[in-house]
Design a protein around this ligand. Structure first.
Ligand SMILES: [Ca+2]
Length: 137
């Protein structure tokens, strides 16, 4: 399984430094990173539903970003339309796509990295949670 490699390739450079600076400390985040990076495929069969969902998010991102670890505008459109069609309206016009893309592209480099992509997942998941709360039924 390529998951630990994917984490290694795509983790943000600043985070990578941060993690390595904490590597010898008792910080839980550093421990988590080291755990993920050094785990074998045994980990994958023991994962919880939540952990499986996290891996699914990573895998979907890479299905559309490939090894470059960035989504171009067309990649983002395909991902939303193919993978999020029950939760988001299909993106059909370039104006809507431009708007979503610009909102997500926090550093303005005209690519969506994983950190920026996860913000979309967080927003949509949060919106679903709000709709699913009993007082909204
Ligand atoms: Ca960007």
């Amino acid at each position: 399984m390529g998951y630990p490699n994917v984490v290694d390739q795509c983790i943000h450079p600043t985070h990578k430094e941060w993690f390595s600076s904490l590597a010898s400390s008792a910080d839980p985040a550093a421990t988590l990173y080291l755990y993920i990076a050094s785990s074998t495929s045994n980990m994958l069969s023991d994962m919880s539903d939540l952990e499986n969902s996290m891996v699914s998010i990573i895998n979907v991102f890479h299905k559309y970003s490939g090894h470059k670890c960035h989504l171009k505008k067309a990649d983002l459109k395909d991902l939303i339309n193919n993978e999020m069609s029950h939760f988001m309206k299909k993106v059909q016009d370039s104006e809507t796509l431009d708007q979503i893309f610009t909102d997500l592209d926090q550093n303005g480099d005209l690519e969506i990295d994983f950190q920026e992509f996860i913000a979309l997942i967080a927003m949509v998941t949060s919106a679903c949670h709000d709709l699913d709360r009993p007082e909204h039924r």
